[in-house]
Structures are given as C-alpha cells and as structure tokens.
Design a protein. Structure first.
Length: 289
C-alpha cells in the first residue's frame, strides 16, 4: 500500500539557496469526516512553528512504527495497543474538548447506539436477535466498548442476530438510515459532525443507549520527533481557538479547544481492553471463546 496523498501544506517555502526544510507530517487515523478540520489544524500548527506541514490520507500504523509520520490523530484503542507493543513509540500531545454540554468541558466522548426513526427498539436490550453493524474491529467506540457492554451483561456476540462490519462510522450510519441494519454504535464526535453537516439525520435517527464517557481520541507524536519539537507542537495545539480563524476551524468539527493529555488518561481503555481480551481468549479446558 502506498502512502496516502498529501491534502494540505502550509504556504511556507524556503528562500533561494536555503537548505530544504523537512515537512512535519501529520496523519489522520480517525473518521474521514474530520480530515478537512485536521488538515487545517496541521496547517495552523505548521504556521505557529514556522515549518512546512502536511496531512496525509489513507494512513497505515506502519507509518507510526517507521517514523514516516510525525504527528497523528489517533483512536485511544490503537494508541494503547501500540504503546504495549513498543513502549515509548508514541507520546500524547493533546486531546480535543468537544463543544457540547454533555462533555462537561472534558476530553471525553461517548459511544452512541442509534436506530432508525421508525424502529420499534427503545433500549439496547431490545436489540437481542437483531442485526448489528460494527465499523471495524480496531475501533473503541464502534466495537470494543460494545463488546465490553455485552460482557457486563453476561452476553456474547451471539446476543445479536446478524453482525456486519462496515469499515467506518459513516457507513454504519448510512446502513441504519437505509434500514440495512437495525442498529450500530457510533463515536459521538463523528455523529455530532455528521448531524451538523447533514441536519436531516436528526429526524432520521434515534439514540437508544450511550456508553461512556471514555477518554477521547488524541493527538500523538512519534518518537522520531525531538522532545523539544513535541512540546512546541503540543503548545501550538492548545493555543488554537485564540483567534477568530482558528475558532471557526475548530467549530466546524465541534471542537471547543485542545487540552494537554497524558498516558494515564487512557487507563480506562486499557482496563476494558484487558477485560474483553480475557473473555475472548481461548479456554485452556474447552478450547473455545
């Protein structure tokens, strides 16, 4: 697979005769409906640091391992898995605080269970035996948190009738709207942005359950980025919103501001991952899941 195309660069350039400046490469590993916002964030950070910056699409985790990406917008679940795989590879820089009262000015989000407007289902329990859409197995809000909830209920994946994987949250939303599946769990940030840009969704969907709050996806730096530069990137992120232009940019993605975040904030995800992994591990006696 090739590295995704660059969708944004700062307008900074080198003067004649100056040595080339290596660009600061950002990557979006989150929902594509935030790519334009994160491209603008990358551009603003590059301007603040006076270095060229770009954001790439179609990112691969291998780009975090080999350092070809310096800064990433990343879900908390792959973050904790990558940290366990290679300690020190990633450093948390900041996380968004979403602009809605339900988030209580904290870097958290929810997993919102949606059904169609005319659906007869009123609670998660009503979904027994019904069709369900996960976005992808590596998603915290769209998959692992649901599996953790089933674990707490004393249930397995067989609770649902038919299970499909759609590949992304927006596709799960589409399938619920069209009636192709009965329900799905959606990242509340993704859902909020989709409703902002497609107001008709407000009347097409109903929320019947919500899991969380959980620590929100974050911005990380890879270990190839010098510590001093990491600190400057984190500071530049947290200064966004200080002017009208960056406030408009953040507001287009329902972000109030970025705030500093540390690794311990993701222990909630680690705990749920450990519980689900323990449940899904093969039994020594029966050899079943």
């Amino acid at each position: 697979m090739t590295v995704g195309r660059a969708i944004n660069c700062t307008g900074l350039c080198n003067t004649a005769g100056s040595p080339p400046v290596k660009p600061l490469v950002f990557a979006n590993f989150l929902a594509p409906n935030m790519t334009s916002v994160y491209a603008g964030v990358a551009e603003r950070v590059g301007e603040a640091l006076e270095v060229p910056a770009l954001l790439i699409e179609e990112s691969r985790f291998e780009q975090l391992r080999d350092g070809s990406v310096g800064v990433a917008f990343l879900c908390g679940l792959p973050y904790v898995r990558l940290c366990a795989e290679q300690p020190g590879m990633l450093r948390p820089l900041a996380a968004p605080v979403l602009d809605d009262p339900r988030y209580q000015d904290r870097p958290v989000y929810f997993s919102d269970v949606i059904v169609g407007r005319d659906s007869p289902f009123r609670s998660f329990d009503d979904l027994r035996g019904q069709s369900w859409a996960y976005n992808e197995a590596g998603s915290f809000s769209g998959c692992l948190l649901v599996r953790h909830h089933l674990l707490q209920m004393g249930e397995t994946e067989s609770f649902f009738g038919r299970v499909t994987f759609t590949g992304r949250h927006q596709e799960s939303i589409r399938k619920v709207v069209e009636g192709a599946v009965d329900a799905a769990a959606i990242d509340s940030h993704v859902l909020g942005v989709e409703r902002l840009r497609n107001p008709e969704l407000v009347s097409q969907l109903r929320l019947i359950a919500s899991f969380g709050p959980s620590t929100i996806p974050l911005v990380v730096a890879t270990d190839g980025v010098p510590a001093t530069l990491q600190a400057r990137i984190g500071a530049a992120l947290c200064e966004l919103g200080g002017d009208a232009g960056s406030r408009r940019l953040l507001a287009s993605g329902l972000i109030r501001r970025f705030t500093p975040i540390d690794d311990r904030a993701y222990d909630d995800i680690r705990q749920k991952l450990a519980a689900v992994d323990q449940r899904r591990a093969p039994s020594n006696s029966a050899g079943t899941r």
